[in-house]
Design a binder for this molecule. Structure first.
Ligand SMILES: C[S@@+](CC[C@H](N)C(=O)[O-])C[C@H]1O[C@@H](n2cnc3c(N)ncnc32)[C@H](O)[C@@H]1O
Length: 264
């Protein structure tokens, strides 16, 4: 049995043969990219919020584009429970898809964001919690897991979303769409974070941690999925921010039929 990385599976307990995942990555600028690119750096907060709200109202945010693409691919987002693992104040992108999902849980560490979260995300379940603990505590499973991670080292030394693996599989419904913040090319100004660079090298298995093509990333996640009883069905990427090099990487995974038991 071969894992998606080509190595034989050492510790998987299921006889699963991974299918070839469909991959697609889009780097063509969208209208939202153009708007983001023409806004000057460091614009005052009220102006930024107004621009963000206008973009949202026009349906032009990358997040809205991702949810349109999910529906185009047949994901019934309106019937699916979602979780936002790092919710912040909810304004930046969670609000973009709140109305597109059946229900939303928003997890955020900082109590300072609680009032804003309740205001920005009406109807959502807000949990002021440490997501690294919540992911092991919750009994809920979600069909859409959104990880809007800080793209640097943060907290006690976490890097990007790497420390959420493999626990993240615990909260995944079958099937599950995983939406991650990824950074294929780390901007030169951010490469002196040695911890981040060495974690990227180890996580993606590459000597070039500043430059990891999205296809290479998908292989890494597909292998992790395989090792935890899921197969990747398809993936796509959408550019999210020009200046910081961030993309959304969206992957759907499901458990192969033979591995689904009554209690899984
Ligand atoms: C990039 S921001 C999220 C932005 C947000 N998704 C939005 O739509 O506005 C990352 C957030 O993760 C939170 N965070 C950091 N460590 C955390 C942890 N251990 N558990 C939960 N949230 C955490 C930070 O407080 C910060 O608000």
């Amino acid at each position: 049995m071969r894992r998606p990385d080509g190595r034989s599976a050492g510790r998987t307990s299921r006889a699963i043969e991974p299918g070839a995942p469909r991959r697609e990555s889009s780097s063509a600028p969208t209208a939202a990219d153009v708007l983001a690119a023409i806004l000057p750096k460091g614009i005052p907060d009220p102006l930024w919020r107004t621009a963000w709200s206008l973009r949202r109202r026009a349906g032009l945010s990358p997040t809205q584009d991702v949810f349109r693409e999910l529906r185009r691919r047949g994901v019934p987002t309106g019937d699916v429970a979602a979780v936002e693992v790092f919710a912040g104040n909810g304004f930046c992108h969670t609000l973009d898809y709140l109305a597109s999902v059946k229900s939303l849980e928003a997890w955020e560490l900082s109590p300072a964001h609680e009032a804003d979260l309740r205001h920005n995300l009406p109807g959502a379940t807000i949990r002021i919690t440490d997501s690294f603990e919540e992911i092991n505590r919750t009994v809920r499973r979600f069909g859409i897991v959104v990880v809007d991670n800080t793209i640097t080292t943060f907290g006690p030394g976490y890097v990007e979303h790497f420390d959420l693996f493999p626990d993240l599989f615990r909260i995944a419904e079958n099937p599950c769409v995983l939406l991650l913040n990824v950074c294929p090319k780390v901007p030169a100004a951010l490469r002196d974070d040695a911890r981040r660079m060495s974690r990227r090298a180890a996580f993606y298995g590459t000597p070039r941690p500043h430059d990891v093509p999205i296809d290479r990333m998908v292989q890494t996640y597909a292998t992790l999925m395989f090792d935890h009883g899921f197969l990747i069905d398809w993936s796509f990427a959408r550019r999210r921010a020009y200046r910081t090099g961030i993309y959304y990487l969206v992957m759907r995974m499901s458990r192969p039929a033979a591995s689904v038991t009554s209690d899984s």
